[in-house]
Design a binder for this molecule. Structure first.
Ligand code: TMP
Length: 203
């Protein structure tokens, strides 16, 4: 049986990444084979493209092309083979991030993004997407305490407000696969929301 593809989304600072390993541990304990990965990244080539994306100046089209180039390699080398084996794939960001960051954040043409998506993964969509939703102001406060910011983390609050609205639009367009997590709660309360969504599905 084909595996399940679960993605984790949200603006920088929303705290999604800390909940992925605990979820993987819970799913493994329930007997699932689980592969944890991330975007941009997840293969040696895609990780190299990630470094360029996060640190080299470039225009929005170059950014979109690099994101999808990294995704192409990742889907072919890692995600599709894992799903075909029957593994669960937990992926920190996927194409919803492109519509939110390059589409809503940068204002890049969504029709072009849809075309690139259809070239890169025409058939593949997540089975479940956790959207860690937090205001841009709260996320900025959390990020201020964190490491040296990359090209995206350096953007102003208005950029992250647009990205958040981009995620909201995706959640409204795909209500069956999106689960909104209130990421303003403390870490344990956020974790409980995530586990409750898995229990609802008996995964
Ligand atoms: P991360 O810090 O959650 O690993 O994500 C790296 C950055 O890459 C984050 O700021 C969002 C950005 N990004 C895009 O702009 N478009 C994309 O399609 C993806 C996957 C990430």
């Amino acid at each position: 049986m084909r595996g399940l593809f679960i993605t984790f989304e949200g603006i920088d600072g929303a705290g999604k990444s800390t909940h992925i390993e605990p979820m993987a541990a819970q799913l493994r304990a329930a007997g699932h084979a689980v592969h944890v990965t991330r975007e941009p990244g997840g293969t040696p080539l895609a990780e190299r493209l990630r470094e360029l994306l996060l640190h080299e100046p470039m225009d929005a089209l170059t950014e979109a092309l690099l994101v999808f180039a990294a995704r192409r390699d990742h889907v072919q080398q890692v995600i599709e083979p894992a799903l075909a084996r029957g593994d669960m794939v937990l992926c920190d960001r996927f194409t919803d991030a492109t519509f939110a960051y390059q589409g809503a954040g940068r204002g890049f043409d969504r029709e072009v993004l849809k075309t690139l998506e259809s070239w890169v993964h025409a058939q593949l969509q997540p089975d479940l997407t956790f959207w860690f939703d937090l205001s841009a102001e709260q996320a900025a406060q959390r990020l201020a305490a964190a490491r040296t910011p990359d090209r995206f983390e350096q953007q102003d609050t208005a950029f992250f407000q647009r990205v958040r609205e981009g995620y909201r639009a995706r959640a409204e367009a795909f209500p069956l696969r999106f689960v909104r997590i209130d990421a303003s709660a403390d870490r344990d309360a956020v974790g409980r929301q995530v586990f409750a969504a898995l229990e609802d599905r008996r995964w």
